[in-house]
Design a protein around this ligand. Structure first.
Ligand code: ADP
Length: 424
């Protein structure tokens, strides 16, 4: 009896030990077998584990990478070959802000042999029970094939939409001629059909234009000339141009700057009254920003039957926040997470009758990403929606310094259309 029990106990211990060993063995078999690079970094930034996948991608043998600082081994650059800034680098970020997994799938890793490999990387913090950071796990993979396919796809879309724009423009032109009673004689029924055809051609033209822009945004060919902008005066000016479209639909347009001030979009531009406003400096391309704001504004007009549209700005030391608020149909909660994806349109009676490509918000997101910006929406059905944009803010001192640098470098060709209208 005793003998049997003893035997059983010994058996359990052996089993336990061997199962532990099995688990360790299984983990190391998996780590050795997977193609993905897996790396464990301790809280001091020193590499503790470096699997064969990581060696294959980076060109660093495991025994050399281990015990080195991760910065010596994992060097990331952008599509132009410029080193990631600490703000862009997911590994540097996770040590600063160890809250959640950070992913990046746009960068390139510079291998030991100085080759650039497109990678997708995700880094997760390891948090101990007392909530302190004990280390970081990084998983990365070579995405050469995926990026190549993506590039081919977007090249195809670019070429196709570019080629198709020309005949569409020709059709649009001829339809306009056919509808012009100084040039052509047609009966009213035919005119009605032609007007419908003209509308559809315009829609098609817009679709090709949006496709071209989104394909460019995807492979980093979107032209952007960021410059110092004072967004307050810029948007105030823009509101002035946008006012007509709101008027046409019988909607009011209001411009809000700072946390409390409300300025009527018409009066502030024409009246020239002096109001002390905070200065909201950031770096972006004014043309691209016009595209974003106009797009959000056009949507606000499109999806609002009555009431008003408010364009406003607030900010703190870090960010400038722009918002575009409407009193329109609202967006169902379940659609919100998908809204900034390509071709996504809410499917309901309101949107079915309103033309659109479903590319506008996607393009907005892509443009804002160029300036480390962010866009999101809050909405209530039947009450309206508010689209928010956050951009990194430059302090007035930083902005003045930058302005001085530009002047002293004497870049007279640099476009500075905003300085004239800047509110001091
Ligand atoms: P579209 O060309 O269809 O307007 P967008 O990408 O600009 O494409 O917008 C995507 C979808 O988001 C729209 O089809 C619409 O359903 C919804 N949407 C965008 N803006 C608003 C808004 N201000 N109010 C209600 N719905 C909106």
């Amino acid at each position: 009896m005793f003998g049997h029990g003893h035997k059983a106990q010994k058996g359990t211990t052996v089993k336990l030990e061997s199962s532990l060993r099995d688990t360790q063995q299984a983990s190391s078999i998996i780590l050795n077998a997977i193609e993905d690079g897996v790396m464990l970094i301790d809280k001091n930034g020193v590499i503790q584990l470096f699997n064969p996948g990581a060696s294959k991608i980076t060109g660093w043998p495991e025994n050399e990478a281990r015990n080195l600082d991760f910065r010596s081994v994992i060097k990331l650059v952008d599509a132009k070959g410029e080193a990631y800034t600490p703000d862009q680098d997911p590994l540097t970020q996770i040590f600063k802000n160890p809250n959640e997994t950070i992913r990046d799938n746009k960068g390139f890793l510079v291998t030991r042999g100085n080759q650039q490999v497109p990678i997708s990387i995700s880094v997760s913090p390891l948090i101990s029970t007392d909530q302190t950071l004990t280390g970081v796990v990084a998983i990365f993979r070579d995405v050469t094939k995926e990026r190549m396919e993506e590039k081919q796809r977007s090249e195809f879309i670019s070429t196709a939409s570019h080629e198709m724009r020309t005949p569409v423009a020709a059709i649009e032109g001829y339809l306009a001629l056919a509808m012009n009673d100084k040039v052509s004689t047609i009966d009213s029924r035919a005119k009605n059909y032609l007007e419908k055809a003209h509308e559809s051609t315009q829609h098609l033209g817009q679709l090709f234009q949006d496709l071209l822009t989104s394909a460019k945004a995807e492979d980093g060919r979107l032209i952007s000339h960021p410059e110092l902008m004072e967004l307050g005066s810029y948007i105030e000016q823009l509101c002035n141009d946008l006012k007509f479209a709101a008027d046409k639909k019988g909607l009011a347009l209001e411009f809000n700057i700072g946390n409390s001030q409300t300025i009527d979009a018409t009066k502030s531009a024409v009246g020239g009254q002096k109001v002390v406003k905070p200065l909201y400096y950031s770096r972006a391309d004014p043309e691209r920003m016009r595209e974003v704001i106009t797009n959000l504004f056009d949507n606000a007009v499109k999806y609002t039957d009555q009431g008003k549209i408010t364009i406003g700005m607030t900010g703190d030391n870090q960010i400038v926040q722009i918002y575009i608020k409407d009193t329109g149909v609202g967006i169902p909660e379940e659609d919100i997470p998908h809204l900034f994806q390509k071709f996504y349109r809410v499917d309901n009676s309101a949107t079915r009758t309103i033309g659109g490509t479903g590319l506008g918000l996607y393009i907005c997101r892509k443009i804002l990403e160029l300036y480390q910006g962010r866009i999101w929406v809050e909405s209530e059905m039947g009450k309206g929606s508010t689209f928010f944009i956050n951009l990194p803010r430059l302090s007035t001192e930083q902005a003045q310094k930058e302005k001085l640098n530009i002047t002293s470098a004497n870049i007279s060709a640099a476009p500075t259309p905003l300085t004239g209208s800047m509110v001091q």
